[in-house]
Design a protein around this ligand. Structure first.
Ligand SMILES: Nc1ncnc2c1ncn2[C@@H]1O[C@H](COP(=O)(O)OP(=O)(O)OP(=O)(O)O)[C@@H](O)[C@H]1O
Ligand SMILES: [Mg+2]
Length: 270
């Protein structure tokens, strides 16, 4: 199946867990072009070394009678080109922080700043645009589209963003070469190993040239040797591209490959 056919067939090929957008949102987005330009310029500011910042962030979930204080006053700043590991026991709030940084969720109290601008007042359209254009996502389960080739998977965010075809081809080829998968461009994900699939997901996240990549347990489905390789690749790409990576992980060996480790306990930095 061609890329165009696959795009047409899949109403929302970015898996539901992956916060992207589908083509149907493009019309409403154009109405916010001015605000979009403002946000893009805020994110592009070279002077802004802090890519994402949490200021006094609280998040509480409610499940029936139960009140779950997932985050209880978190202050955190992540710099350009920094590979940050978020560690802590299950339930300590790692994914909650990633969801807030990734504009998937909103805090109850406190502020999230991206590229020197608070995102608190943004409407859902602008938050979606930022997720699409400025943020990359990598998940434990890879979240590749099985009916698309490797190249089509990596191309998809650029297609959605309306990047011209010639530029897309060039950027996809460059990313696949950078993650060592140029020879697998026409293969489907089920022909790849777990480590190779995660490399595709990393290429897909980086092809947008995001300022921030969010990775939730990206090596949890991999054996330890492959996990080491994937982490090395993330580290290399993080430093080469100057994007910040925030990685939630349980694996203490992997944190040794990160620039900084932040430990969470009961929704607080410990
Ligand atoms: N959507 C939700 N509804 C209700 N409670 C939630 C929700 N999401 C998270 N929680 C709760 O908030 C707390 C923090 O969860 P979070 O997923 O951030 O932890 P985590 O550190 O990522 O854990 P794990 O290592 O198991 O992935 C937990 O007590 C969790 O049960
Ligand atoms: Mg989690």
């Amino acid at each position: 199946m061609s890329a165009a056919a696959a795009h047409a067939r899949l109403a929302d090929p970015v898996p539901s867990q992956a916060p992207g957008i589908n083509a149907s949102t493009n019309a409403s987005i154009s109405a916010d072009a001015t605000a979009e330009a403002l946000m893009r310029s805020a994110l592009a500011q070279p002077a802004s070394q802090v890519v994402v910042q949490l200021r006094g962030v609280h998040k509480t979930y409610r499940l029936g009678q139960h009140v779950i204080p997932a985050l209880q006053g978190v202050d955190l700043a992540v710099q350009c080109g920094e590979l940050l590991a978020l560690t802590g026991p299950s339930g300590s709030g790692k994914s909650t922080i990633l969801n807030l940084c990734g504009l998937i969720d909103t805090p109850d109290r406190g502020e999230i700043w991206l590229g020197g601008q608070s995102v608190g007042g943004l409407n859902e359209t602008l938050r979606t645009l930022l997720r699409r254009d400025a943020l990359g996502f990598v998940f434990q389960s890879f979240n590749l589209v099985p009916v698309m080739t490797v190249a089509e998977n990596v191309d998809y965010p650029l297609f959605i963003a309306g990047v011209p075809a010639a530029e897309r081809r060039e950027r996809v080829a460059a990313q696949l070469a950078a993650v060592g998968l140029a020879d697998h461009a026409q293969h489907r994900p089920d022909a790849l190993s777990g480590g190779q699939r995660q490399r595709v997901a990393i290429a897909r996240a980086l092809v947008k040239r995001p300022r921030l990549v969010i990775a939730d347990e990206p090596t949890a489905s991999l054996d330890s040797h492959t996990a080491d390789q994937v982490l090395d690749l993330m580290r290399e790409r993080c430093h080469a591209e100057g994007a910040a990576f925030v990685i939630a992980t349980h694996d203490s060996r992997l944190t040794q490959r990160c620039d900084r480790i932040v430990a969470l306990l009961d929704g607080r930095l410990s």
